[in-house]
Design a protein around this ligand. Structure first.
Ligand code: GLV
Ligand code: GLV
Length: 325
């Protein structure tokens, strides 16, 4: 009998097959996230947990797994769902994520959301589907062009840099902010700008930071109030980086021009006011949702499990420092 490998939600078959070669694999067969109790029960005696971003991995889950647990492989680049990282470290349990393989997919989606928000694509589609009479005219459904406008990137990690490159191809000026000026900024030729200045000057602000205690509600009512009335906010990072209620208020009052959200504070719930606002674009967490990327994410998580259980250590470990931002 091999090690017990628990997979909390269905994954692409090649990744499951890789795990079956080295252990006894349990895969959830329900088409929804496991409840806390189900997760707890499934974890008992596990050597490896392959988890999704909606699984809350806390001390209770670690305790349920017990001494056998060697690795938690989160199938996401974000790992804020793993809430008790000190307990993991103290137990010698490796935590891994899936950086790199979802960079292009997420950056592509970000550009899609920027275009949807500025060019009013969702609003236009709703108009057609509602059967509303319309005709082309020179003032019909206008939005701002991107050329010569400033994109402010919050968090210049791999995804932020990939967005910067795309935005430059669209003719945008790109600035970034983060905990500190990034050494990689030269690679993509973007300028550091303090958040306060970015909020007051950027035409589009796009969030690419991890969710940590330092970035929770980074974009709150005060931050939104600093943004230009013509500015747009795009979030493909984690919902709680934005105070969703304050955002709905700002969109309703048109103190900013629009927003596009791929992630939500209480996912899968969406602040109901957003759904009634024409200047809000909403998507169901699709940043990494390409066929190629999702398979690559699952395979990378599986390779991490195989590597840890065979004694070679994690391939893409999350460091304690990264866990706390
Ligand atoms: C998706 O949101 C991820 O963190 O990979
Ligand atoms: C618009 O459709 C144009 O032809 O300019």
């Amino acid at each position: 009998q091999g090690p017990r490998i628990v997979v909390t939600r269905t994954m692409p078959e090649p990744a499951i097959a890789m795990l079956r070669e080295i252990g006894d694999v349990w895969v959830s067969d329900v088409n929804r996230p496991l409840s806390a109790q189900e997760l707890h029960d499934a974890a008992v005696g596990a050597h490896a947990l392959v988890t999704m971003l909606h699984d809350r991995i806390d001390t209770a889950v670690l305790t349920a797994a017990g001494k056998s647990l060697r690795v938690v492989a989160n199938v996401a680049v974000g790992h804020d769902n793993v809430v008790d990282s000190h307990a993991l470290a103290a137990r010698g349990v490796a935590l891994t994520n899936t950086p790199g393989v979802l960079t292009d997919a997420t950056a592509d989606l970000t550009m899609g959301l920027i275009l949807m928000a500025t060019r009013r694509l969702g609003e236009g589609e709703r108009l057609l589907r509602a059967g509303t009479p319309w005709s082309f005219h020179l003032g019909f459904m206008l939005g701002p062009g991107l050329q010569g406008k400033t994109l402010g990137i919050v968090g210049l990690g791999q995804i932020g840099r990939a967005v910067a490159q795309r935005a430059r191809a669209f003719g945008m000026h790109v600035a970034y902010t983060g905990r500190s000026p990034a050494t990689c900024a030269n690679e993509v030729d973007v300028q550091y700008m303090p958040l306060h200045e970015m909020l007051t000057t950027a035409d589009v602000i796009s969030l690419h930071c991890p969710l940590t205690p330092a970035t929770w509600h980074l974009i709150d009512a005060n931050a939104l109030a600093l943004m230009k009335p013509t500015a747009f906010l795009v979030n493909t990072s984690r919902g709680p980086v934005v105070d969703e209620s304050a955002l709905a208020e700002a969109l309703q009052n048109r103190t900013i021009a629009g927003a596009a959200l791929d992630v939500f504070e209480k996912e899968p719930e969406v602040e109901p006011r957003l759904l009634d606002l024409d200047n809000a674009v909403v998507a169901p967490h699709l940043g990494s949702a390409t066929v190629e990327t999702r398979t690559a994410m699952a395979l990378l998580a599986a390779r991490n499990v195989v590597s840890v259980l065979s004694g070679d250590g994690p391939i893409t470990p999350v460091t304690l420092q990264a866990r706390h931002g």
